[in-house]
Design a protein around this ligand. Structure first.
Ligand code: PMP
Length: 401
């Protein structure tokens, strides 16, 4: 008998399951609105022109494939921190940064760091309800406990600010609060600047650690500075400890290259050096040092002024297409005669829309209309095109009549 006979079949990943069902569907009208990856208006994956040009430039340089530092490609981590914090943390000399395996790896390294060094009594990370499906699993695997604070208001399909503040104020002093910097996944609901100020005050009053997850900088509003506004406000105030997980999967289209950073804002350069030494001790036994290619690409895009300008234009182009598809979907639903309110489609921001569809309605969309999304009613707007938005609106109208 095998040594592994006791290993049970695990549940399939929710998103991958949808992709499988989508692939099996032979109907030409089929739509995959599950996966969170940008698509062009022709429904195709998009490699950014700035990235293509950076790739050509790197190839021409004929670089070697030697190991980089444990903390990764220095030109990349510097430029990435600069993009995230700008001047909010001063000259960045007090920010400890390590390159990570995209945003997921950043959360994992960050979770490890907090488990080892967060001084608060209970090592619990509080995440919004709902949140990205991987958050709880990542933090539990770091040995942290995971709690929730209320975030989404199902009545309005908007922010439950009062409940959120109430929950943040009731947390044990010195908790860890996970905040989506922008383009909240899965709801698409972001606080306004005024709401962020209240959230910041509650986090500071509780002496909580603010753990920002920034997977969509630039992708939400089209403006990378604006999307980092909440993060920078926390850092500039200097009252709450701030750590950051940063991903370039979406805003540079580097999904499979796995490019990200984890950073900790320290008090001064000495503290940064001590924190960085511990980040190395975390990374070394985990994966030794990070992959080089994607980080070099991102560094080239960020530090070459011409490529950077082109990239910022392309990020805005992606954000604008998403915003346009939100407007189109809402307008087509209203034109189709839907009596339900759909304003939340255009109020929400970023890759995802939390439609408010029930699991049964989602099942009907798949079965009768070949439209696939997660059962929580989350639609990846990036999967909508000017060619299929009408069909989608009619389908949603049919199942919500
Ligand atoms: N955080 C959030 C909120 C996300 O939506 C994602 C991507 N789906 C990630 C982190 C990490 O993604 P990646 O590891 O591909 O950077």
């Amino acid at each position: 008998v095998s040594s592994w006979a006791h290993v049970e079949m695990g549940p399939p990943d929710a998103i991958l399951g949808i992709t499988e069902a989508f692939k099996r569907d032979a109907d030409p009208r089929k739509m995959n609105l599950g996966a969170g990856a940008y698509r062009t208006d022709a429904g195709k994956p998009y490699v950014l022109s700035a990235v293509r040009r950076a790739e050509a430039a790197l190839l021409a340089q004929g670089l070697d494939k030697e190991y980089q530092a444990i903390t990764g490609v220095g030109a990349f981590t510097r430029a990435a921190a600069e993009l995230a914090y700008a001047g909010a943390a001063g000259d960045l000399g007090r920010v400890a940064v390590t390159q990570t395996i995209s945003g997921t790896g950043a959360l994992r390294v960050g979770g490890e760091f907090l488990r080892r060094f967060h001084g608060g009594g209970e090592r619990t990370v509080y995440v919004p309800a709902p949140t990205w499906g991987n958050h709880a699993a990542v933090f539990r695997d770091c040995g942290l406990k995971v709690g929730q604070y209320r975030y989404f208001d199902a009545q309005t399909n908007g922010l439950a600010l009062g409940a959120m503040l109430e929950d943040l104020r009731a947390l044990p002093r010195g908790s860890i609060v996970l905040l989506h910097a922008c383009a909240h996944n899965p709801t698409g609901v972001d606080p306004t600047a005024a709401q962020w100020a209240e959230i910041q005050q509650a986090v500071e009053a509780g002496e909580h650690v603010a753990f920002f997850d920034m997977a969509y900088q630039g992708f939400a509003s089209g403006d990378a500075d604006r999307d980092a506004g909440a993060l920078r406000a926390f850092v500039a105030a200097g009252r709450a400890p701030v750590v950051l997980a940063q991903s370039f999967a979406k805003n540079m289209g580097l999904y499979g290259e796995r490019v990200g950073t984890f950073s900790v804002v320290g008090a001064d350069a000495q503290e940064r050096a001590r924190i960085e030494s511990q980040l190395k001790i975390i990374v070394r036994p985990m994966y030794s040092n990070p992959p080089v290619h994607g980080a070099r690409l991102a560094a080239e895009v960020l530090t070459n002024p011409e490529l950077r300008a082109e990239w910022l234009g392309e990020v805005k182009g992606m954000a604008d297409r998403i915003i346009a598809m939100r407007a189109a979907l809402r307008a087509r639903l209203e034109d189709a005669g839907s009596a339900r309110p759909w304003q939340h489609i255009t109020d929400q921001i970023g890759m995802f829309c939390y439609t408010g569809l029930t699991p049964e309605q989602v099942d009907r969309l798949a079965r009768d209309f070949h439209v696939y999304l997660t059962r929580d009613g989350r639609v990846s707007i990036a999967g909508i095109t000017s060619g299929n938005v009408q069909y989608l609106a009619e389908s949603i109208h049919s199942v919500t009549k």
